[in-house]
Design a protein around this ligand. Sequence first.
Ligand code: DP6
Length: 326
Amino acid sequence: MSAPLTATAIAHPNIALVKYWGKRDVAENLPAVGSLSLTLDAIRSRTRVRFEPGRKGDHVLLDGREDQAAALRVSACLDLLREAAGVTHGALVDTDNDFPTAAGLASSASGFAALVTAAAAALGLRLPLHELCRMARIGSGSAPRSLFGGFVLLQPSPDGDVGVEPLLAPDSWPLRVIIAITAAGPKAMGSRAGMAASRDTSPFYSEWLRSHPADLRAGRRCVEARDFPALAELAEASCLKMHAVMLATRPPLIYWSPATLACLQVVQALRRDGVPVFFTIDAGPQLKAVCEPAAAATVHEALAAVPGVVRLIDSGLGPGAHCIDD
Ligand code: DP6
């Protein structure tokens, strides 16, 4: 059967509980550390890929607009798929996100997971999962995590690559995530440039690398035991350790807004009062509060009252990337 040449896929952003920051190999986009994430269900990237025989180059639309920087990364990723399929066709790629792009909500993770899933289907490729992960990772270090649902572990493997392991399906431990959006514009410095600056200048970077494997092992244990209090403590520590590396980078990477800190303090106060919730923050000013289902309404209400919170997204855990009908 010949390849359909067109396919559409959906992938959901993921939120890291044990963070990834830094690269071991920039050209291969190999993360310097592993990570542990959960995949969301309330927000998504949808990507349509159409390969056209005879077409030179790729045309990339992101939320309806041409984006030169995104196009280069998309083409690098598509080159790997074209090579695997033995074709040279250029592609039309149309991606839309139903959430703010490049604002610390993992749009590159869901975007590249959807891209490789759609492109592989369009080319009729049945790739081993580790190959698909490698191709997604070339696009973005956190993208392989969005290929899977629920809790996902991304771990450096002895051969120098990274392995991806789904730990728990979404319904095995159905936590809730409340995202407090405090500013919807793109972040001041993208993760890629930020990671390079941290490696070159942050005095805490080497300690981050040294202590990370123990955090990852602890993260696996917490998830496998469904131990919420231990996961809460670990995830907040990993988040703050990453932000300490960022803050000590020159020039400093300060991704928080005053409202981010206000949300963090609200989450801390809730937990002190016995509410099962913890925070995590990525390379942007949004705060993600992870909680047990029964606490979701309380957490939502408390974050909604924080001045500077412009929107809240309530999410459960979602599935991995998959194709949908065109
Ligand atoms: C702070 O995956 O966006 O969100 O590999 O350069 O695309 P690239 O970086 P990216 O970095 C994510 C960093 C983070 C923490 C995390 O998600 O683990």
